[in-house]
Design a binder for this molecule. Structure first.
Ligand code: UD1
Length: 400
């Protein structure tokens, strides 16, 4: 069929080959919450053919399958099964495996999310692929007949700390992307300063809030705190996994000491990331935490159970990116154990405060002595980010 004959009005059902073939890349725990709302929104669009590619960077049931189930995601269409490795190994394995999928399936668009190694790997594979035969791009942008359009969701975030692997992943992914979907004005500004043309930057809001709103009712019914024997509002949640915090005995030891002291003021629930668990064991720090009956250690929990814990907690102590955003949205105080954040809006408008192992107990005591948190939910963090993305894809495409 000649492309010019195709009128993809929303009431007609285009043939499969006329639809926009979209790959959604998911790799690690924080990615699953970001692709889920978008998957569900695109699935409802007759012009879109959406495929989930799971790179397998996170593979434990608690880190991966449980999230797919909670978020109503189907089995991935492609599973690359790359597993763990050094940064180069992980990135290289994803590039090699995904390049094959790209060659076999020639999608029109690849959507990468967040800042993990697989985000970087799939961005490089996508922008360097060159299909042997010229196809007609489904998008208005020029020069896309040989490769798919690359879109980055959660673009423009910068910690300005290049010792973080995620910062390198963000910078390279943004430099390669054709479309940059941002969550907040600071992200737009960062991209403009790096010379990204304005027409590539589209502020869509925060997709994590879509997931939270999608599952709010189920989360509220979960009552995870009660099932652990905890009173709502009388415990803190701790999560840690950043290499800078957990990869040396010195940094992890100082944080464990802080947790011991903190447990004198409030009970602590600590779902332990696999990287952190390995290191607690090998640095000989686990036993002391286990002996403390004011600290509940557990394996990582699924999304609904975890968010239920967050909904009812007094405050969070974390080094995660996503939790800084979720707590700002919910108005729950958050202490972030990092010298910087790529999400400054959570500090400027939200409930977030940066802290250190040395300062964390004092900062926590100041949270405990204050009633409520002053905050403003950033614009477009409203549960409608996926629909704004769908609208943008339609604007970018031909004939939709
Ligand atoms: C990765 C991301 C980080 C993200 C985090 C969320 C990179 C560079 N880092 O960090 O941005 O915030 O995920 O969790 O992409 N492991 C398991 N089971 C799993 C997954 C990992 O045991 O399901 C172990 C691995 O063997 C490895 C360690 O945990 O030793 C770290 O995993 P890795 O994927 O390298 O990085 P994360 O620390 O999870």
């Amino acid at each position: 069929m000649n492309r010019k004959d195709i009128t993809m009005d929303m009431n007609s059902i285009p043939g499969r080959s006329d639809r926009v073939k979209i790959h959604l890349i998911a790799a690690a725990r924080p990615n699953f919450m970001k692709i889920a709302p978008l998957y569900h929104a695109l699935k409802n669009e007759r012009w879109a053919d959406v495929y989930i590619v799971h790179t397998g960077q996170h593979y434990d049931i608690n880190m991966s399958d449980a999230f797919f189930r909670d978020l109503g995601l189907p089995e991935p269409d492609f599973h690359l099964g790359v597993g763990s490795g050094t940064h180069a190994e992980q990135t290289g394995k994803v590039m090699i495996a995904y390049e094959k999928i790209l060659m076999e399936t020639s999608p029109d668009m690849v959507i990468v999310v967040g800042d993990v190694n697989s985000t970087l790997a799939c961005s490089i594979a996508t922008t360097k692929i060159s299909y042997p035969s010229i196809r007609n791009s489904k998008f208005k942008s020029k020069n896309l007949n040989h490769r798919p359009l690359l879109a980055h969701l959660e673009a423009g975030l910068r910690s300005f700390d290049r010792s973080m692997p995620e910062e390198i992943n963000r910078i390279v992914t943004d430099a390669l992307s054709d479309i940059l979907w941002t969550p907040s004005p600071d992200a737009d500004l960062n991209l403009k300063k790096e010379g990204v043309p304005e027409e590539k930057i589209v502020r869509v809001g925060n997709i994590m809030i879509d997931s939270l709103e999608m599952l709010r009712e189920i989360i509220e019914k979960q009552k995870m705190a009660r099932s652990l024997g905890l009173d709502p509002g009388r415990y803190a949640v701790v999560t840690l996994h950043r290499p800078s915090n957990v990869d040396t005995p010195r940094s992890l030891g100082a944080i464990c000491e802080g947790l011991e002291e903190l447990s004198g003021y409030i009970q602590i629930v600590f779902p332990v990331h696999p990287r952190t668990m390995k290191n607690l064991v090998s640095f000989g720090l686990l036993e002391k935490l286990e002996e403390n009956n004011r600290i509940i250690l557990m394996e990582p929990v699924n999304y609904v159970r975890f968010m239920s814990l967050i909904f009812d907690c007094r405050f969070v102590l974390t080094d995660s990116g996503g939790i800084q955003e979720e707590t700002t949205y919910l108005g729950i105080p958050c202490l972030t154990l990092r010298p910087n954040t790529e999400r400054p809006v959570t500090v400027e408008q939200g409930t977030n405060r940066l802290t250190t192992a040395e300062k964390m107990v004092n900062d926590a005591r100041s949270v405990l002595s204050t009633d409520g948190a002053h905050f403003r939910v950033p614009d477009l963090w409203d549960g409608h980010t996926a629909s704004r993305i769908v609208k943008n894809i339609k604007e970018l495409a031909l004939n939709l």
